[in-house]
Design a protein around this ligand. Structure first.
Ligand code: 5GP
Ligand code: ZN
Length: 113
């Protein structure tokens, strides 16, 4: 998608700090980290959010989830980690390209909402 921030990051048109990449997935450090490790895992194919998951094939969706675990292992998050995907305005999604926040490196809050 030509006007999408994360599509531009995937294409290398906007710089990012890449953490992981495979055929289907790109992962990079969040510009405004909320935890010592804060990585965004995104499908290379564009879909706005999980509400549009039907726009992506199952291999891509599975690759995103697998990549979250790979990133956590690569980052040494042996104590655990949290994966969040904000979807739509009630969840305060700010970038309309599906992404999974991988957060770790500290004790997370018990509350999720
Ligand atoms: P959302 O609020 O949609 O769940 O998450 C979007 C995330 O993208 C935010 O955590 C924000 O810090 C991050 N972000 C926004 N613009 C950029 C950017 O240009 N580069 C990187 N690396 N992260 C960004
Ligand atoms: Zn996009």
């Amino acid at each position: 998608m030509s006007d999408c921030l994360f599509c531009k990051i995937i294409a290398g048109e906007i710089p990012s700090t890449r953490v992981y990449e495979d055929e289907l997935v790109f992962a990079f450090r969040d510009i405004n980290p909320m935890a010592p490790t804060h990585v965004l895992v995104v499908p290379k194919a564009h879909a706005a959010s999980l509400a549009e998951a039907d726009a992506l094939d199952d291999r891509t969706l599975a690759a995103c989830l697998r990549a979250c675990g790979k990133v956590a292992a690569q980052e040494g998050l042996t104590g655990g980690f949290r994966v969040v995907s904000n979807c739509g305005s009630d969840a305060c999604q700010s970038v309309p390209h599906l992404h999974f926040h991988v957060l770790g490196g500290k004790k997370m809050s018990e509350g999720m909402a």
